[in-house]
Design a protein around this ligand. Structure first.
Ligand code: FAD
Length: 266
């Protein structure tokens, strides 16, 4: 459990960022607090973003913009998302704890934290996704994931190019609602394939050799083998690295097949 000394509702992003900069070590930008409350932290200044209008999913300039305060449950129910990208954003989160939890946990808290186990990050990485940070500006999700974790900026929104990609999401869990043992997403727009593998247990990464296999038409099984060969897989209490590697082969192959059956996205 955490304690909060001062709980503030900034009216503008600029104000929120100024509050964070004043004392970054002892301040926290709040998402749904689902992760924060698992730890033991003394927060001097809690920065609540809920008055900033960041709880919307919108179509803008050829992108689907998802505000930081959009909940995981909205990803499952918002019609702008259920009908796009094979519905993978909703599918990727549907096994996270339960509906009440997903009504609180946010996209901002999930993506900014760069959890290795993140189902959502694995799904977003297989799409053409950018993140918008208040201070650092807009950058590709992949670049953001390569950066070390520092709580010194505010994630404002996630942007996905609305390019009509078809996509598939696959994960394996020891039990329903547990953290994923492996999370895989595959997407296709004509010959442009994207393969993302998360919960390795390291952060999600693109499997570029697998993508190249698919672009050359070498088939789903070859792509699965390529992904298993090119990425690193580690062990934790949920599974060993060798098992994860085998799973990657199967799940990438399965995801690629589903995209082939779903058409080329064009
Ligand atoms: C029991 C449990 C089981 C879970 N299982 C899974 C699972 O199976 N799969 C999965 O993918 N995830 C899982 N999660 C993670 C969950 O889905 C959320 O990602 C997590 O709770 C964070 O979301 P939140 O909105 O509650 O963030 P918070 O707890 O509010 O914040 C988390 C961190 O992010 C920072 N933060 C929040 N919003 C922003 C922002 N906009 N900009 C910058 N920093 C920000 C906070 O300061 C804090 O440091 C689980 C979490 C819990 C507690």
């Amino acid at each position: 459990m955490y304690t909060i000394k001062s709980y503030l509702f900034p009216e503008h992003l600029e104000e929120a960022y100024e509050l964070l900069c004043r004392d970054p070590k002892n301040s926290a930008v709040l998402g749904g607090c689902c992760w924060l409350k698992m730890g033991r932290r003394r927060i001097r200044t809690a920065i609540d973003l809920t008055r900033l209008g960041l709880d919307q999913v919108e179509l803008r300039d050829g992108y689907v913009d998802i505000g930081a305060c959009v909940t995981l449950r909205q990803l499952e129910t918002d019609p702008l998302l259920t009908g796009r990208f094979g519905g993978i954003l909703g599918r990727s989160v549907e096994q996270i704890v339960g509906i009440q939890f997903r009504n609180s946990a946010t996209v901002g808290g999930s993506v900014y934290s760069r959890f290795g186990f993140s189902d959502l990050t694995a799904a977003l990485l297989a799409l053409d996704t950018r993140v918008v940070l208040y201070q650092a500006g807009e950058l590709p999700l992949e670049e953001f994931l390569s950066q070390p974790l520092k709580f010194d900026d505010i994630l404002v929104k996630v942007r996905i190019r609305d390019d009509g990609r078809t996509a598939a999401y696959e994960s394996v869990r020891r039990t329903s609602t547990d953290f994923p043992v492996l999370a895989v997403a595959v997407s296709r727009l004509g010959d442009d394939w994207r393969v993302s593998v998360g919960a390795r247990p390291a952060r999600a990464a693109r499997a570029r050799a697998a993508e190249a296999c698919l672009a050359r038409g070498e088939g789903a099984q070859a792509a699965g083998a390529a992904a298993a060969g090119e990425l690193s897989f580690g062990s934790n209490l949920r599974a060993g690295g060798a098992y994860r590697r085998k799973l990657a082969q199967t799940l990438v192959s399965r995801g690629a097949k589903a995209c082939m059956e779903g058409g080329d996205g064009q």
